[in-house]
Design a protein around this ligand. Structure first.
Ligand SMILES: CC(C)(COP(=O)(O)OP(=O)(O)OC[C@H]1O[C@@H](n2cnc3c(N)ncnc32)[C@H](O)[C@@H]1OP(=O)(O)O)[C@@H](O)C(=O)NCCC(=O)NCCS
Length: 334
């Protein structure tokens, strides 16, 4: 059996910086409230005049990852694209990346696992590589939240948290034992509506929403039961990390760098304390980007790598929790 290693990483975020002070002008909120509850100071929101979309941002991140892997787009055998905010209802953006990169007619798979989407995607790609089916797979996480958020006081508990951006890796066949050691995927669908965007979708089509013409209807904005999500997040994040460590006969404290999905700085700090990790063992950039859902781990991985926080031989743990609920982890020997 082969192993799969991350051969190249890239990220792309829109230029447009939205600070907490900018949000204060749109809704009844404050920099103090947002920083204290979430740690977020600013986020990137797409300026629609730029034409940025999940597919184009994903392509830009992928181009960097491919270049850093020392490859060209034609070396890519398969695309896995994780997002909850596709350009279109269908088709998913994987095929758009195939087109935008000008690659031959390879397969493209779309993953719908929200904040856990990137780790789910990485796990899928890992299986294809380990069995020998593919040699180089692009795994992309990209999100365009800002266009669909309710930018008023009514939507403030969700809107202040989310940001736009994309990250990508090239997962490559290796034979030296380094790379992804294990991945762990979970779901608990009974909580699907605790963090969700219900419609428009098949359970609530556009014509129903329009015919009701109900001003109090918020089903087409993201909904989050914040306290409920918070409590489940701290438990499931911890379980996912412990599971990844146990599967490889190491302790959480042996992890050189934990790169958690950037959900909320308070959640990450809680996990850090619970796992007994030092500041050097945990990567945070939510302060600058907010929660970018499927893009948050590859953006953080890319920045951590650029900052020299990841060294050869390090044990890197990726862990995520989000809507579904879904949660997931991956342990990587760099
Ligand atoms: C969203 C979250 C930050 C809210 O923090 P909280 O401490 O739970 O706050 P609450 O929802 O209890 O709200 C407290 C008060 O702040 C208010 N509030 C909510 N959003 C606000 C905002 N952006 N600005 C100012 N006040 C706000 C509420 O209306 C409430 O007011 P009230 O006491 O008068 O009713 C927190 O629940 C959270 O981070 N949850 C998990 C989020 C997450 O990780 N989501 C992604 C998972 S991948």
């Amino acid at each position: 059996m082969y192993t799969s290693r991350i051969a190249g990483i890239g990220h792309y975020v829109p230029d447009n910086v939205v600070t907490n002070a900018d949000l204060e002008k749109m809704m009844d909120t404050s920099d103090e409230w947002i920083v204290e509850r979430t740690g977020i100071k600013e986020r990137r929101w797409i300026d629609p005049s730029t034409g940025d979309l999940p597919s184009t941002m994903g392509t830009k991140a992928a181009q960097i990852a491919i270049e850093k892997a020392g490859l060209t787009p034609d070396d890519i055998d398969f695309i896995v694209f994780a997002t909850l905010s596709p350009d279109y209802y269908f088709p998913g953006p994987g095929v758009q990346v195939q087109d935008q990169l000008g690659i031959k007619e390879i397969g493209a798979l779309d993953v719908r696992n929200q904040c856990s989407g990137f780790v789910y995607g990485l796990s899928v790609a890992d299986q294809f590589i380990k069995t020998g089916m593919y040699r180089n797979i692009l795994v992309i996480g990209s999100e365009y939240h800002s266009g669909g958020l309710e930018k008023t006081t009514r939507g403030r508990n969700v809107t202040v948290i989310f940001g736009d951006g994309a990250g990508a890796v090239v997962l490559q066949r290796g034979e030296d034992g380094k790379g992804i050691l294990s991945t762990h995927l979970h779901s608990e669908g009974k909580h699907a509506e605790e963090l969700a965007l219900i419609g428009p979708a098949t359970s609530r089509w556009v014509d129903q929403i329009m015919s009701e013409n109900d001003e109090s209807d918020t089903s087409y904005f993201p909904y989050m039961n914040g306290n409920f999500v918070f409590k489940h997040a701290v438990t499931r994040f911890s379980e996912a990390i412990i599971e990844a460590a146990a599967a490889n006969n190491v302790q959480p404290a042996d992890i050189n760098l934990l790169i958690p999905h950037q959900a909320n700085l308070r959640i990450t700090q809680f996990i850090q304390r619970k796992m007994g990790l030092s500041d050097d063992q945990v990567y945070n950039n939510i302060q600058r980007y907010g929660n970018t859902t499927a893009a948050s781990i590859p953006i953080a991985l890319s920045e951590a790598h650029m900052e020299g926080r990841i060294k050869d031989g390090d044990l890197i743990c990726l862990a995520a929790f989000g809507s579904g609920f879904t949660w997931a982890s991956a342990l990587i020997k760099w």
